[in-house]
Design a protein around this ligand. Sequence first.
Ligand SMILES: [Zn+2]
Length: 244
Amino acid sequence: MKNKTILLFFILLIGSLVSCNLNDYSRQLGVVNTKEKYAFQVEKNDYKLMVDLKEVATDFIFDIRYATKNNFTGEKIYPSNDAFLRKYIAEDLKKANDSLMKLGYQLKILDAYRPYSATIKFYEIYPDGDFVANPMVGSRHNRGTTVDVTLVDRKTGEDLEMPTKFDVFTKEAHPNFDDLPPHIIENKMLLINVMKHFKFDVHPNEWWHYDHARWQRYPMMDLTFKQIKDVAESYKEEEYDLSL
Ligand SMILES: [Zn+2]
C-alpha cells in the first residue's frame, strides 16, 4: 500500500512537471498571443502600436538574418525581411540613424521584433541563457523595444569592421572587451555612444544588441508578422477616417 502511494506521488509529480511546459511560461509572462488582445491594447494606448521600420524611414538598411538561413540556427525562422518596433521607439531609432548619416554612416538592421515562439526555438537550439534568452524570462526582442544593428559606411556601402560577426557568442562580443585593434574599438564605441544618446542601451554580452530605455512599458508578444501588419494597416485606415 505504502509503495503504491509513493508510486502514485511520483506519477503525479512527473505529470505536473511535464505540464509545466513552455505554454505555461508564456501565460505567466503575460505574452500577448492574439491579434484581438494586441489591437485592444493599441486602442487603449496607441504608443503600443508596432510599426514597420521601412515605413518610418527609407534610410535604414535591412539584413534581417532570421529571414534567411544565414544565422546561428541555420534555418529560416521569419517569413519575410521585415522589421517592426513600437512606434515611439522606431522614431528614436530613426533619430539615431539621422545623426549617424550626418557622420557618413548608416544603421543596418539585423533583427527587431521577434515573436515569443521564435525565442523558444532559439533556446531549444542553443540553450545558453547568456546569449540566447531563456523562454522562462523571454527576450526584450519579444516586446518590440529592441534592435540588433551594425554600421555601414555610406561611401563604400560596406559594413564597418566590428569586434565579431553578428551572433558570435564569445567574449570578444562583449562591449567592454578591449583587446582589439584601435579602429575596431572606435567603430564599436561610435555605435554604442550614438545609440545611447537616443536612449538605446547596449547588451552586456553583445555589441550589436540595443534595448530602448522604456522596454518595461511594453508586454511580450507572440504574433506573426502578418498579424502585426494587419493591425498597423487597420490603424492607418482609422487615422484616415478620423481626418475626414
Ligand atoms: Zn538582440
